[in-house]
Design a binder for this molecule. Sequence first.
Ligand SMILES: *Cc1c(COP(=O)(O)O)cnc(C)c1O
Length: 690
Amino acid sequence: MAPLAESVAAFYERYGLSSQQEGNARKAKSWSVNKSSSLYKINAWGSPYFSVNAEGNITVRPFGRHTKQNEEIDIFQTLEKAMEDKVLGDDFPFSPIILRFPDILKDRLETLQSAFDSAIQASHYEGRFQGVFPVKCNQDRSVVENIVKFGTPFHFGLEAGSKAELLLAMSSLCSGSPHALLVCNGYKDADYVALALLARKLRLNSFIVLEQEEELDLVINLSRSLCIEPLIGLRAKLHAKHNGHFGETSGENGKFGLTCMQIVNIVSKLRRCKMLHCLQLLHFHIGSQIPSLSVLYDGVSEAAHIYCELSNMGANMHCIDIGGGLGVDYDGSHFQESDMSVGYTVEEYAREVVLAVKDACYMKGVKQPTLCSESGRAIVSHHSVLVFDVVSAEEKIGTSEDEGVPLQVDGTLPDPIRRLCDDLAALIWVGNYESAMECANSVKLSSVRHFKKGELSLMHLASVNTLYDLIAGITEKRGHKMSPETSYDAVYHINLSIFRSMPDTWAIGQLFPIVPLQRLDEEPTIRAILSDLTCDSDGKISTFVGHEGMGSARSTCLRVHPLVRRKRYYLGMFLGGAYQEALGGIHNLFGAPPVVQISWKNRREMKTRKLQVSKVRDGQTISDVLKCMQFEPSAMLQTLHLALQRSLKDGLVEEEEDAMRALDCSFSSTTYLSTARSVASALLHTAVIG
Ligand SMILES: *Cc1c(COP(=O)(O)O)cnc(C)c1O
């Protein structure tokens, strides 16, 4: 029987259809890296941090707009070299990896600070800007410590929303600027309040932000009994609201904050207790991904008026904390009606905030306060890139070089099916693709019927399925609109758990740009959807950043290249530095990927400059994830050992040493697919293959 590729060619020839392979070859010649760049909209969502180089690889521009050409980092080459040099240990590159670029983090912080500095200067605003990072966006130690380090020159602080986060922020800020703010948000019990008060004794500027009226009594009583004067802030519930997905926290029915009435009550109580001077900060949070400048102005303006009223009521106000919400343009559309995009720049955002606060203060004759923001997403999203490889492809059309199921369109098919196939060919010949698809479907259904009656062999059934996919491919190529389930050519299996590493795609339909990291000088001819390692039908990605020329900001497939045997094919997920790591779970027990930090060392001394690639966090092993579910690996090993000894006694195995070594090995290995073969090697009694 002829191999698939040949049969396919024969089929094309027989029905006068041009071969797909030929078409691809023709197209490949006119392809360029610029075409890839616009196909994946890299400039739209990635500028100034990501682009494509002449070799067709994705490069990182770690210093943003200030990056020189020789400072660009080619991710694919860096990974290949790190693998060669074995700098990253066993789990590389056999599991997904989080790459962090601390220089991007620094650039994001500086961009935010300078946007506010410029806006303040331009409008002669009298206060200054002093931001905090809400640690819930990414609590990873290297991230928090870098933010504190990079932000020290402009007194950047941290925001916490729970006791654990508060402790983390307290210890991290001990090495930060003494003027940095420590904003304590979230629901509080006595311990939370006591901890925040204790922070004052460590010379930290910890603001206890009241979310609920009842928290005030805790603060008053504890501060009196501990003899520590608190810094108090209020979280206002605004009437202003944004309508996007993340707007649920805002508006009168929002989950958080104090109503006007509660604010008035708190002021009276503080005055009665002679503590009104402790009230110094007003906080609010309109919601993440604030869609437009008008929504922003509306919210900030309302809050600024509350701020001014508090000041006029006698509180010692000097800071307005505008919360988070500075958006990230995930799909690059710059479109304010979408949750995945925002219609403004950081500079425009800063100008609008300064303007709104200034207007209110001017009107009410109040001194212009220090501006604080809790931008999380906008600070950490860009500096992390999740890299994973494609382990296999399941193609819907016969485009692979593999010898698959032979296609039989000859006399060996049962007559009814054979007749249907001829009809099908006739329909394609006259260009009636809609009917052709229907006919192909009949062929398939009737074949299944024959198969169930025992009149068709498994081989025949497989042939018919191949034929169906082929017709689907041809009709689609000829411009017939397909149903969504057939509008892709292949399912690419990725070495990743979506639940672990990009949970928001599953939970709230979040869109992250995903792009091949290499071969962008070649036309990506295959339209794929991605399917992850978990045994869960939700473990797939079928919405992507829209491709050029497709009109919409979203696309139902990702353009990728055909896999080449024994060559790794890496994909990168971008802009995922916020929220994904903490939200990710261990569905199917896939663990947290290792974290690798990449940065230039001694960048200014050109001669000694070197790209430093170092692992800052190991990936979770099988043993680690088992412990999360209260299994004790050493006890498990013991149980398995006893079972092994019984098998030994029964003569089921000859010796126990190799088996024990293999079991031992498996506990400490990666949860992802790997070519390390350490367990298999142990069993085979050979040296571990690297
Ligand atoms: C989540 C949150 C933030 C961070 O919001 P981003 O949109 O990520 O900037 C800031 N402040 C509060 C109170 C939050 O709950």
